[in-house]
Design a protein around this ligand. Structure first.
Ligand SMILES: Cc1cc2nc3c(=O)[nH]c(=O)nc-3n(C[C@H](O)[C@H](O)[C@H](O)COP(=O)(O)OP(=O)(O)OC[C@H]3O[C@@H](n4cnc5c(N)ncnc54)[C@H](O)[C@@H]3O)c2cc1C
Length: 403
């Protein structure tokens, strides 16, 4: 039997933005898709993610804008605040024409994932979506992949897509240990939902910075809640992985001296249902595929949340991968080569961290902080605004192929 789109069987590991985006487009192309998500239900959480340039174009081509519009955040801009809550400087959305730190299309990561899941549920096709399961073993030959699942079953697929995040198990099983492909970027980030503090200005992303740490409070779709965003500049400590009590302690220690609404935000650490904490790493793969196993999203190309482009890379990558597979379903090997060729120029731009990384964003001393704030103020002047816009929208010149 010759291979056509509707005889292909593809397994996707991970039901995040990358996994769900590619699942939707493959399903629409008539391909049978299985998704295994390790969590027992869709993972909530994450602060606002923005869609600019090519990622916005993909969201439009995927027909997601109606769902996204219903969950749009109406942020007015970003404000750096002192310990008493008064602004050091402000960057309004208008100042940067929607291309500054706050873009004109902002949606929380959790809401965007819900939009994708709703689209998936409403799409006809052969979709098998499994929560609470993951890949244990992968054996591949030139024709396909035999996968052993944690649940005990074993199944055969034409292709496996590893979209299982920055600590990808698929990558580890097929490509090698995580340390081979990751670079520590000097700190940790944490996100969780809090009741909107009275001292946080409504509809603004506000941020209070102290030496080595910052707390941002960002609007949620529901005005009663906000997203807390913590950034910590510190040495890498593998013992923090999976040890939530140690993660909370590190956060409390590093923000002990901070004012503004920080004590109030930290009082919700233990009770937050969507507490997320991870190290800031960059993932660089020499190749995104090996045989019939291919990586997508953070598993294959993470620049860390500091880039602000993780979601954009996931969506654009998913569009290119699904487009190339659907173009030549009988020649997956060629499709994977083209996927890598198409996505690499986009990644090269998207992985850059605007503003130079955590060392510049979080100085270690009060003097450094003052200097950083001077630079921030300068960026709000008419002369420097175009530079800021270029830094934040490095992918705007990328030309998306049409499938
Ligand atoms: C809860 C959460 C909150 C986040 N918040 C932010 C944020 O506020 N800002 C930001 O810039 N980035 C955030 N990120 C990262 C951001 O989602 C990604 O950078 C980007 O969207 C690319 O997504 P991804 O699908 O590749 O990875 P992820 O979003 O990490 O999704 C990977 C998915 O794979 C699942 N998974 C993990 N291991 C396995 C396995 N072995 N088998 C099957 N499934 C597995 C995970 O549960 C997850 O659902 C967050 C990620 C998560 C999981």
């Amino acid at each position: 039997m010759s291979t056509t789109a509707n005889t292909l069987r593809i397994l996707i590991a991970g039901g995040g933005i990358a996994g769900n985006s590619v699942a939707l487009q493959l399903l629409r192309a008539g391909i049978a898709v299985t998704v295994v998500e390790r969590a027992d239900s869709p993972r909530p959480g994450g602060q606002a993610v923005d869609l600019r340039g090519p990622s916005r174009e993909v969201a439009e081509r995927m027909g997601l804008m109606e769902g996204i519009t219903k969950h749009l955040l109406h942020e007015k801009g970003m404000s750096i605040v002192k310990a008493d809550g008064s602004p050091v400087y402000r960057m309004s959305m208008e100042m940067f024409d929607g291309k500054g730190p706050v873009a004109d299309i902002e949606i929380t990561r959790g809401d965007l994932n819900d939009v994708l899941l709703t689209e998936l549920a409403g799409t006809a096709g052969d979709l098998d979506y499994r929560y609470g399961d993951w890949i244990e073993t992968i054996d591949q030959d030139s024709e396909g992949v035999t996968v052993g699942f944690h649940s005990g079953t074993s199944e055969r697929y034409d292709l496996v897509i590893g979209a299982d995040g920055v600590h990808s198990r698929t990558r580890k099983l097929v490509f090698g240990p995580e340390e081979q492909f990751t670079t520590y970027l000097g700190g940790y980030m944490s996100f969780y939902t809090i009741p909107t503090p009275a001292g946080a200005e409504q509809d603004w992303m506000s941020m209070h910075v102290v030496p080595r740490a910052s707390l941002g409070v960002r609007p949620d779709y529901d005005p009663a809640t906000s997203k807390a965003i913590l950034t910590l500049r510190t040495e890498q400590n593998p013992a923090l992985r999976g040890d939530i009590a140690a993660q909370h302690k590190l956060i409390r220690d590093m923000l002990a001296e901070a004012g503004w609404v920080v004590p109030e935000a930290l009082s919700h650490l233990e009770t937050a249902e969507d507490f997320y904490f991870d190290e800031l790493v960059r993932v660089d793969m020499p190749s995104l595929f090996q045989g019939r196993v291919v990586l997508l999203g953070d598993s294959g190309f993470c620049g860390s949340p500091m880039t602000g482009t993780g979601t954009a890379m996931a969506i654009v990558g998913a569009y290119l991968l699904a487009g190339e597979i659907a173009a030549t379903p009988a020649d997956l090997d060629a499709a994977l080569v083209r996927y890598q060729e198409q996505v690499t120029p986009f990644l090269d731009k998207a992985k850059e961290i605007p503003g130079g990384g955590i060392q510049l964003m979080l100085p270690t001393s009060k003097i450094g902080l003052k200097m950083m704030q001077q630079v921030g103020r300068l960026m709000t002047t008419k002369l420097f605004r175009p530079i800021m816009m270029k830094m934040l929208d490095s992918t705007q010149d990328y030309v998306l192929p049409t499938y």
